[in-house]
Design a protein around this ligand. Structure first.
Ligand code: FES
Length: 567
């Protein structure tokens, strides 16, 4: 019989009885009775940090999870992990997602846990936790931090962080001054919780709910609502149910569950970052998410959710309109409703008991009346991106989706910062801005730099085609080609583009090509400077040795599970 509770994964002394006796006596020092110490243990993985504003309410949420675990007969024990606050990390939080996933996997496997509740929310924390938990494959359930509320400024609703970019664009164009941007800065993020639009954090929460790994309705309830605490309590109860049933993540996160998740991603017009994260989570389970798969699902699925940055509303409106369960009902049989979830019931059974509220604002549209009728996301291939590139059509300018443009190239983030606002820059509104060396290896860490600023000299221009091997914040918008793979720093053709070259973008044909003769490209390749040496020590060395390209989820090569491996 499997050992439960404190008897799990004993410290090695060569005497198991002694190890258990010693562990119990030390655990007793925390004031638990022998009866409490005999219960199954639910680890509550808490990503609270004072360097992560989105998680400042997590201590209260964790208390609610504990209530649920006690009610269901378990012993809740909280433990910390690395926390990734999106705007507090340099060079970029993505650099540390895999590190956090290793922390999560290792500590789940090393401690005497029967099940785990993963509590987090800021952009990289949910993916990192789920990657680690998928690899550990112990019964687990996700509790999202929940989105922050919107605020008001000069008669309009504002929130993090699509409005951050809009106001910053106005500031750059000279439409608002220093004092005003200072006031706006203090209004954009008014409460605890994750960014209040359909950015990466909200997208990942919705995608994980669609995977079946969260309480139904758990993605959209605002961080500061009582509903969020009730969801936390229910999460604790369900965690015990998963342990009793022996239901581990690999039994819930199947290929069909990932298809559901991609369909929800398309229907919410979600962040492009989710493609990389879902690919990485699936990779931990030996499931290959092909980009063409995403393109097909996206082209079959209209955008139904009217939220910023694609539409107008905020996450609190999505919650009031029923959240993910209401969206699932709108999608109907387009989802595989037979998939199992953490409730130990199927999606279909969950939806039978959910009674979504309808909000004042109509945020969730019907299939017959979509927000955006064709696919939100397009996968591009061609000589510039043989392993793929992504474009979020629903956030782009339709007239820019097909055409040819003259390249204006920036060789790095430093070069971009130095020259983009140079009055002498040779750039026209119809040009394509190209950023090199901003991929997983090149930057490093694949920062959210794909949203290149419009050069100041092009006053009044709101959008241009921009192409890079970088990512883009889920809160950004524009005609932006991202995740070009292979990236320029590992020999991708993107690194050979020179200013003045012609590039052809065709979303209709799903293609992205550099129109330069092969001889000329061969000559450029021969004269390319060698790459700078790899870092000598620490995590950076591990990162550079093992990081994979965007189409493989930018995971480390030694963490992906080969499809043929036994579970
Ligand atoms: Fe944490 Fe946006 S900064 S979710």
């Amino acid at each position: 019989m499997a050992k439960k509770g404190l008897g799990n994964r004993l410290t090695q002394y060569g005497d198991e009885e002694f190890a258990l006796y010693l562990r119990r006596s030390f655990a007793s020092s925390m004031g638990f009775s022998r009866e409490a110490l005999g219960k199954p243990i639910i680890g509550i993985l808490n990503t609270y940090s004072e360097l992560n504003n989105c998680h400042r309410h997590l201590p209260e949420l964790v208390q609610a999870v504990k209530r649920g675990v006690w009610q269901a007969g378990g012993l809740p024990l909280e433990f910390p992990t690395i926390s990734l606050g999106e705007v507090f990390l340099s060079p970029t939080s993505m650099m540390y997602r895999n590190l956090m996933s290793m922390d999560v996997e290792t500590m789940i496997k090393a401690q005497p846990l029967d099940g785990v509740v993963l509590v987090g929310g800021c952009d990289k924390t949910l993916p990192a936790m789920l990657m680690g938990a998928a690899s550990a494959d112990l019964p687990c359930i996700v509790l999202a931090a929940g989105p922050m509320l919107a605020n008001q400024y000069q008669g309009e609703r504002v929130g993090a962080c699509t409005d951050c970019r809009r106001f910053w664009g106005m500031f750059r164009r000279g439409e608002i001054d220093d004092d005003e941007i200072g006031v706006i800065e203090s209004r954009l993020a008014p409460t605890a919780g994750t960014c209040g639009v359909m950015g990466t954090a909200s997208t990942m929460a919705c995608a994980i709910e669609a995977l079946g790994m969260m309480v139904p309705g758990g993605a959209a309830a605002p961080a500061v609502y009582a509903e969020r605490l009730r969801i936390a309590e229910e999460t604790g109860v369900l965690a015990m149910g998963l342990v009793d049933a022996g239901l581990s993540p690999s039994k819930i996160m199947t290929t069909l569950a990932f298809e559901n998740s991609l369909r929800i991603l398309s229907a919410i017009g979600g962040s492009t970052n989710a493609i990389i994260h879902l690919t990485a989570v699936a990779g931990r389970l030996g499931i290959n998410l092909e980009l063409e798969h995403l393109d097909r699902i996206s082209s079959e699925t209209p955008v139904l959710v009217d939220l910023k940055p694609t539409g107008e509303g905020y996450m609190e409106d999505f919650f009031q309109d029923g959240g993910v369960p209401a969206l699932m009902q709108a999608l109907g049989d387009r989802l595989d409703q037979g998939c199992l979830t953490v409730t130990r019931r199927s999606i279909r059974e969950n939806l039978e008991t959910v009674r979504p509220n309808r909000g004042v604002r109509k945020i969730i549209h019907s299939i017959q009346d979509p927000v955006y009728s064709s696919g939100a996301l397009a996968v591009l291939r061609g000589n510039l991106a043989p392993d793929g590139a992504i474009l979020k059509c629903s956030a782009a300018t339709p007239s820019l989706l097909n055409g040819r443009g003259r390249a204006v190239v920036f060789s790095s983030l430093g070069d971009l910062a130095e020259r983009v606002d140079d009055p002498e820059l040779d750039v026209r509104p119809e040009d394509f801005l190209v950023l090199q060396n901003a991929g997983p290896v090149g930057a490093p860490g694949m920062p959210e730099a794909g949203y290149l600023p419009i050069p100041k000299k092009l006053k009044g221009v709101k959008d241009m085609v921009r192409i890079s091997d970088a990512r883009m914040s889920g809160t950004a918008f524009g005609t932006i080609v991202l995740h070009v793979s292979p990236e320029s720093a590992v020999g991708g053709l993107l690194g050979l583009v020179r200013s003045g070259d012609l590039i052809e973008l065709s979303v209709d044909k799903r293609s992205l090509n550099l129109l330069v003769e092969d001889d000329e490209l061969a000559a450029r390749k021969a004269s390319q400077e060698p790459r700078s040496p790899q870092p000598k020590r620490g995590y950076e060395r591990l990162y550079h040795r093992s990081i994979q390209q965007a189409h493989l989820g930018a995971d480390f090569d030694f963490l992906r599970k080969e499809p043929e491996e036994e579970p």
